[in-house]
Write a protein that binds this ligand. Structure first.
Ligand SMILES: [Mn+2]
Length: 371
């Protein structure tokens, strides 16, 4: 049996006002071709299928098209969980009907963890759920952080857990392993405020493979926990990530894991140099410029855009940003609403937001985003 593990598609995402939909489509076509040519049996998508809770029509249409090919034409099994960017209810819509066609979508956390058995492998699906919401679902006030959520979920599947089979966990969250703490990239949204975000991966040592989503950088944590990484690079901090997916092959009773890298039809990268040197070049890639000039260049971005139609941003790395305002204007576009509002609140009222206020603010931002 062969399995693909992918995550963090973030379909419909825009980066610095450029829609990623076309590059996303091209990469998904590559993935579908790979599945077609390599006899893949199962595709795992470990959360953040969409970038927002209310995705655009185009984003939904693309996912629908890909799922249809996988299910109807290639007849593979597709396992999907909700990430923190997805709407649990929306992504789960129709899932009880789709499951009869081998499309298993687990959006909302439930008292019972959903298990999907394919031959000798059991897949357990843990959609992303905030500790407070899980506390409501299982009516247990003691659940206050992500570790408690996972411990509780694992305890509910203990009885049916079959050690003689191969067991795969699918989850979306911030896992660490000992001192190995994955870097968070700029396009990741915090999972919670006021509680510990991360959980030690040793909690999942009973599984033969843990298919994780959330961290956009592909990596292997200790043991059998893997982040497949995102579908594409979604911020300047992600330009060096090797973008692709994990291919897991069952050989006897063990699993072989290797990476397949995408052939990027359009890269996202940093170009460093003097304004004049850069102006003599040309590229259709997504480019973040790092100018080495000691003085500001007149209309630099506009001029660069004539040679680089997908210029994403520009920074003078040798000029110190000075600003008399208490709010740092240098990187406003790269920062989240919560971060900016907290700074604004602190600057005006000379005190910090309380945890309750932060939670409230996150809710408001979430609600307003899709509208
Ligand atoms: Mn995420």
């Amino acid at each position: 049996m062969k399995i693909i593990h992918t995550a963090d598609w973030h379909i419909g995402k825009s980066v610095n006002d450029y829609s990623m939909l076309e590059i996303q489509r091209k990469l998904l076509v590559q993935m579908v071709d790979y599945i077609r040519n390599h006899n893949i049996d199962v595709l795992i998508i470990a959360g953040d299928v969409y970038d927002r809770a209310q995705p655009s029509q185009q984003a939904i249409a693309l996912v629908n098209e890909v799922f249809s090919i996988l299910i109807q034409e290639l007849k593979i099994k597709v396992l999907v969980i909700a990430g923190n960017h997805d709407s649990p209810q929306l992504i789960e819509y129709g899932s009880s009907i789709f499951s009869t066609s081998n499309l298993y979508i687990e959006g909302t956390a439930k008292k019972e963890v959903q298990k999907v058995s394919v031959d000798s492998i059991d897949f357990y699906l843990l959609p992303f759920v905030a500790p407070y919401n899980y506390q409501q679902i299982v009516q247990d006030d003691a659940i206050k952080d992500f570790e408690a959520v996972y411990r509780h979920q694992l305890s509910t599947l203990e009885e049916e857990f079959d050690r003689d089979k191969i067991n795969v966990l699918v989850a979306h969250g911030y896992m660490i392993s000992g001192s190995m703490i994955p870097d968070k990239s700029d396009s990741m949204r915090p999972l919670s405020i006021g509680t510990v975000e991360y959980v030690d991966a040793s909690l999942f040592s009973m599984f033969d493979y843990v298919a994780l989503g959330h961290i956009h950088k592909p990596m292997k944590l200790a043991g059998t926990c893997y982040y497949s990484g995102a579908l594409y690079k979604y911020s300047k901090s992600e330009v060096n990530y090797p973008i692709g997916f994990n291919v897991i092959e069952m050989v006897g009773k063990s699993l072989n894991v290797h990476r397949h890298l995408f052939d990027l039809p359009k890269d996202m990268r940093i170009m460093k140099g003097s304004f004049l040197d850069l102006l003599s070049g040309q590229s259709d890639d997504y480019i973040f410029f790092e100018l080495e000039d000691e003085v500001y260049q007149f209309d630099a971005m506009k001029k660069l855009q004539l040679r680089y139609p997908y210029a994403m941003g520009l920074e003078y790395i040798h000029i110190k940003q000075k600003s008399s305002l208490p709010i740092k204007t240098s990187s406003v576009e790269d920062r989240g609403v919560l971060d900016l509002f907290s700074e604004f609140y602190g600057a005006v009222l000379k005190k910090d937001l309380t945890d309750k206020q932060k939670e409230y603010l996150i809710e408001i931002v979430k609600e307003s985003e899709g509208q």
